[in-house]
Design a protein around this ligand. Structure first.
Ligand SMILES: Nc1nc2c(c(=O)[nH]1)N[C@H]1C(S)=C(S)[C@@H](COP(=O)(O)O)O[C@H]1N2
Ligand SMILES: [Mo]
Length: 366
């Protein structure tokens, strides 16, 4: 690529609350979300897991693909897919949420993927632990950061780059990071990172680099676009921000009843109904409580056993639906005592909005 044609595209694009631009609709068409009815399942079926793809999906020939360990390693090497499949294999169920999930609930909205609630899913990821592979490359004594690069390339705010993220050596040992080639027992689909991706359990999805091509040891902190210019908590556009890591505590409910096609509002018969949903937090911290609000008070939901250290928890709550219009809400608390806020926490780019979901339902007459 000779010249960067996007050097003038550094400004932010203005949005108007409630009015979606053509370019946001374009992003929404490329990046599908989880259908909330599938929150009833422990594992999100393949094809219903949300997608977040910054650039284009690179179509990689797995028979020739090599993962390249380079930079400040004493023993750099390359690994093919067959070699990776011959290493010790682990399957780990992990709940992944996009840091931009619920962005559309923050006002003024940042111009980006306009998620409502659906950028979360749980899959069983199969592959091999990353740490031994990094050790095998022998990071030099002065290596401080390990950067992970996707083969996808594009522009953001005028900066051309391969999608890239980094982790420190300590983070790699502490976080159960995996190099994965399969999802729910099937080879990764192109849109989820085929043939090889990273999974960083407990963190927002941006760290789980897809279409992984190169792992580079660096002697100074990684300053790539996706590490320092985005995925940071920022109060204003001038704020350099604080890096985003683990997911905040959050819960969602399966919208009860049946929808109206156009408005997605819900219709329900009066009488007893069991509301169900999922709740999760980051960093392997369990959810300890879910409350559901209806008829003016918060009701304690039943929690089921978590199916994995890094997976969401199923909850349920009984409601006596009475005729009329209702707004249902749910909120979770985790073992650190963090509680979901009722109003969206401010972030200039609309990241990490974990405010309580609202579901509007109409209950018919008896
Ligand atoms: N190479 C590459 N990796 C990537 C991305 C990307 O655009 N390119 N998107 C990231 C983001 S922001 C998220 S939320 C997750 C989404 O993974 P999924 O599409 O498999 O759900 O992938 C991450 N890894
Ligand atoms: Mo994301």
């Amino acid at each position: 690529m000779s010249e960067n044609p996007f050097t003038g595209y550094t400004g932010r694009i203005l949005t108007e609350d409630g009015v979606y631009s053509q370019s946001e609709v374009g992003l929404a068409n490329r990046n599908s979300g989880n259908l909330l009815e599938t929150l009833a399942l422990d594992i999100t079926p393949i094809g219903l897991h949300y997608l977040l793809i910054h650039f284009d999906v690179p179509l990689i020939d797995e028979s020739t693909h090599r993962l390249d360990f380079s930079g400040a390693f004493d023993a750099p090497y390359k690994l093919g897919l067959d070699e990776i499949r011959a290493l010790p294999q682990v399957t780990l169920p992990v709940t992944l949420e996009c840091a931009g999930n619920s962005r559309s609930g923050i006002s003024p909205r940042a111009h980006s993927m306009p998620w409502m609630y659906e950028a979360v899913g749980t899959s069983e990821w199969t592959g091999t632990p990353l740490k031994p592979l990094i050790e095998r490359a022998r990071p030099r004594g002065d290596a401080v950061d390990i950067a992970f690069f996707g083969t996808d390339y594009g522009y953001d705010k005028g900066v051309g780059h391969h999608y890239g993220r980094s982790l420190t050596l300590d983070q790699i040992s502490e976080l159960d990071v995996m190099l994965v080639h399969s999802m729910n027992g099937q080879p990764l689909l192109p849109q989820h990172g085929a043939p090889l991706r990273l999974i960083v359990p407990g963190w927002y999805g941006m760290a789980s680099v897809k279409w992984l091509g190169r792992i580079e040891a660096l002697t100074k902190a990684f300053d790539g676009f996706q590490q320092v210019q985005t995925y940071r908590f920022r109060d204003s556009y001038e704020d350099p921000g604080r890096p985003m890591t683990t997911m905040r505590v959050k819960s969602l409910m399966v919208p009860p009843g049946v929808p109206d096609w156009g408005s997605r509002k819900r219709y329900l018969e009066p009488g007893p109904v069991t509301l169900v949903g999922r709740a999760w937090s980051g960093g392997g911290v369990p959810v300890t409580r879910v409350e559901v609000e209806f008829d003016g008070s918060w009701c304690e939901a039943r929690l089921e056993q978590q199916t994995g250290h890094y997976t969401w928890t199923r909850w349920s709550c009984d409601w006596q639906a009475s005729p009329g219009e209702h707004v249902l809400r749910c909120r979770a608390t985790d073992a650190n005592g963090a509680v979901q806020p009722l109003d969206p926490p401010w972030d200039v780019a609309g990241f990490a909005n974990n405010s309580a979901q609202k579901v509007q339902v109409f209950v018919g007459q008896r």
